[in-house]
Design a binder for this molecule. Structure first.
Ligand SMILES: Cc1cc2nc3c(=O)[nH]c(=O)nc-3n(C[C@H](O)[C@H](O)[C@H](O)COP(=O)(O)O)c2cc1C
Length: 183
């Protein structure tokens, strides 16, 4: 699949068929994640693949009833929980090297984008889920204190297409030379 086609064609998918994702397909996606860029190649991302229906049901309790992605957690046969190791990205000898502190959110974001685009190119759907009780998910999955859960996504065969929400025009976010002065 052409890169622009993959970028523009990927949608958040919230309805899934129950069919399992072949292990070889998951490996292909993880191979792509492996090659994501990261701060000084620190690769702080960690991935938990959840297939057990009981654990998936527990994960669903961490989402509010109003989250439009709620049912996708239990409908899809596989849920990917993306974690990051703390104090690695953006750090040198244990000290943060920029005012931004930990770049964990940035690097795991890049990994998630790689995951979603690769999944789409292989005919699979994803929806990045960030609105949930992170502490609850860390408890359910036994994530240690030196790592944290960032986001999750179901990974599976779409049962319905997503609708593309409107995007800003390029002129609304690209500025020349300096940040524009507010009128
Ligand atoms: C960091 C992040 C968190 C998100 N959290 C949720 C979520 O909790 N529930 C949900 O249904 N969609 C969530 N989304 C999906 C966005 O709503 C979606 O990407 C956006 O509306 C654009 O639609 P598209 O992905 O189809 O292009 C999240 C996306 C990102 C990047």
């Amino acid at each position: 699949m052409d890169l622009m086609e993959a970028i523009k064609g990927r949608r958040s998918i919230r309805k899934y068929k129950p069919a399992p994702v072949p292990e070889s397909t998951l490996q292909k996606i993880m191979e792509a994640v492996r090659w994501s860029p990261s701060w000084a190649n620190t690769q702080c991302w960690e991935v938990i693949a959840v297939r057990d229906p009981k654990i998936k049901s527990e994960l669903a309790t961490a989402l509010s009833k109003g989250n439009p992605a709620l049912s996708s957690i239990t409908d899809a046969s596989l849920v990917i929980v993306l974690c990051g190791k703390k104090g690695v990205s953006g750090f040198k000898k244990g000290e943060a090297t920029t005012v931004k502190g930990d770049w964990l959110m940035f690097d795991t974001g890049l990994a998630m984008q790689t995951l979603c685009l690769t999944a789409h190119s292989l005919g699979l759907g994803t929806v990045i889920i960030g609105l949930f009780d992170h502490k609850k998910v860390e408890e359910i999955l036994g994530v240690p204190p030196n790592a944290e859960v960032v986001a999750m996504t179901p990974l599976g065969y779409p049962a319905a297409e997503g609708i593309a929400p409107k995007r800003k025009e390029i002129s609304e976010f690209v500025f020349n030379e300096k940040y524009p002065v507010k009128q």
